[in-house]
Ligand binder design. Sequence first.
Ligand code: 5GP
Ligand code: ZN
Length: 137
Amino acid sequence: MKNNCVFCAIEAGEIPCFKIYEDDRVLAFLDINPFSKGHTLVIPKTHHKDMLEVPAELGTAVFAAIQKVAAAVLEATGAQGFNVMQNNRLAAGQTVFHIHWHIIPRFEGDGLDMWAQGKYADGAAMQQMAAKVASCL
Ligand code: 5GP
Ligand code: ZN
């Protein structure tokens, strides 16, 4: 299997998938374990591990595919909304290390709420964090 990667194998046709869309750079297919019916994955056809490794110029093709596929998923499922989710690295829940974007159909009251949000101690702590991140750019 190329790159020892299940998504490269799907892209190569070595593993079957339920394909939704493809163009020369991007492939979209149903997630095998959906958060909700119609949950779709969008992948670049080339192998890149995560957001820090994917060439930024691929973003335009991915963005366009997400828009196209998400609109179709909404229409097909009757969902009222959708999440676009993208996990980077093990600590963030990434399990397939070929970058992919999840399109997850959402319905009012479906109970799929993802994370509890927290608070900074105060404005100074928030300013300190913003400055620290900006200094790493
Ligand atoms: P991650 O947790 O890395 O963000 O998401 C990986 C996703 O890939 C999971 O939602 C999982 O269900 C899906 N997945 C893993 N293996 C396969 C497969 O062989 N075929 C399909 N269609 N989806 C897969
Ligand atoms: Zn791959």
